[in-house]
Design a protein around this ligand. Structure first.
Ligand code: GLV
Ligand code: MN
Ligand code: MN
Length: 408
């Protein structure tokens, strides 16, 4: 690792550090189509321009920076996303983008003569923190999320994605599947901070991804009747909150039984008054597990529990088990023979591209506490630079010698 690459990494990291950082929590609030998102996209465009890369936008506004012409021959793409969950950490997403630029710098410094174009991508709205659907950027261009559904999604203030796009100066009419963009992607390798403790146990700075657990999000709507908190007798109450609270516990029990995990981390209580019985309660369930059938059984039990309280359950998104491309994994192992293999329970744009038939792989960088989706998320600088080194080795293997066996 040259000190020049360390400097490239540090410089980028420092430039991003304050964008969307919340003064009190220290976490990041970088949501799609906001001022912070705009600033992050400007930053990405600046990095591309500084390096003389060709910047293009696809039909969902994902940013692609190309070295070489992917219309003559499909290229290798790396990168990740820059948005965050509410009060997210610094690494989830940005580590993959910053490492991509740093690895490209390193590749150029080493004098590699690329046989294929190399692209760096910034996927839009990976977390779905504002409009509810994770990986909206990659889902729309691959056809996994219909444009009319995406445009109709609303944020917490009731603003639709179509309206937010217009407010950001973008044309909602352009949103849609983008086979032309996807044709340029011969293979995709996403570097990402690990979001669990796998690499601590394996005692290694980087791993290669094998698969992503099946996972999804469900909306649970409980009915109730608004009334006075002091004067309404127990027998006369229809408290929407009670159904939701009971179902949250049922979700934990069902997930435990089936070897899955279940989380209700977002709720909306109406009208939200301390002294008013809730007339409606909505909870969003996130369920994941190694086995698809087990996840489905968990959700069926939660649905039954919610049904006992008159709730309706709506599936908002579902991602089946994703296995990364075996031929590509063989190439990645050639570049990184010492790297252990690791599956993950976290979702990624890499999973959406893999499902769309693009040969896809992932590199994980050790997370010394395993904490993620939290301001406490961390990765040591040495491990981050080991990640850049690993990505450089992968790019050298795949771009320096062509993508044989890994192209569409
Ligand atoms: C994305 O980070 C997810 O796994 O929810
Ligand atoms: Mn995330
Ligand atoms: Mn991520």
């Amino acid at each position: 690792m040259t000190s020049e690459v360390g400097r490239s990494f540090d410089r980028q990291w420092a430039e991003l550090a304050e964008i969307g950082r919340h003064a009190q929590t220290g976490g990041y609030r970088r949501y799609a189509l906001t001022r912070e998102d705009h600033d992050l996209r400007e930053w990405f465009a600046g990095q591309a321009t500084d390096r003389g890369l060709d910047l293009t936008l696809d039909r969902m506004g994902n940013q692609w920076a190309w070295w070489g012409d992917p219309d003559t021959i499909p290229g290798l793409v790396t990168g990740s996303h820059l948005d965050s969950v509410p009060d997210g950490g610094a690494y989830d997403g940005p580590l993959g983008v910053v490492s991509a630029f740093a690895a490209l710098d390193r590749l150029r410094d080493s004098g590699v003569d690329p046989q294929r174009p190399l692209g760096i991508v910034n996927f839009a709205d990976e977390e779905g923190a504002r409009f509810g659907i994770a990986c909206a950027g990659s889902r729309v261009i691959t056809g996994a999320l219909a444009p009319e559904r995406a445009l109709g999604l609303t944020d917490g203030d009731g603003l639709s994605m179509a309206e937010a796009l217009r407010a950001a100066g973008r044309d909602p009419e352009l949103i849609g599947p983008d086979p032309e963009t996807l044709r340029r992607v011969g293979a995709f390798v996403e570097l990402h901070v690990e979001q669990g403790r796998g690499l601590i146990d394996l005692d290694h700075p980087v791993a290669l991804g094998t698969d992503i657990w099946p996972h999804g999000r469900w909306r649970l709507d409980f009915p109730g009747e608004a009334n006075h908190a002091g004067t309404t007798r127990w027998a006369d109450r229809q408290d929407a909150m009670i159904g939701l609270a009971s179902t949250i516990l049922a979700a934990r029990a069902a997930a435990t039984t089936h070897g899955c995990v279940a989380t209700i981390g977002k709720t909306l209580i109406t009208p939200g008054g301390v002294n008013a019985i809730p007339s409606a309660a909505t909870g969003w369930l996130d369920t994941r597990g190694a086995d698809e059938g087990a996840v489905r059984r968990t959700v069926a039990e939660v649905t039954a529990a919610a049904g006992d309280w008159g709730a309706t359950v709506t599936e908002e998104s579902w991602t089946a088990t994703t296995r990364f491309d075996l031929d590509l994994l063989t190439r990645l192992r050639r570049a990184l023979p010492a790297a252990p293999l690791l599956g993950t329970g976290a979702g990624h744009d890499a999973g959406i591209l893999a499902t769309a038939g693009i040969p896809t792989g992932m590199i994980f960088v050790r997370n010394p506490t395993g904490i993620s989706h939290s301001p406490a998320e961390h990765a040591e600088r040495d491990d981050c630079l080991a990640g850049v080194e690993a990505l450089t080795a992968v790019l050298t293997e795949l771009v320096g010698t062509g993508l044989a066996g890994a192209g569409p």
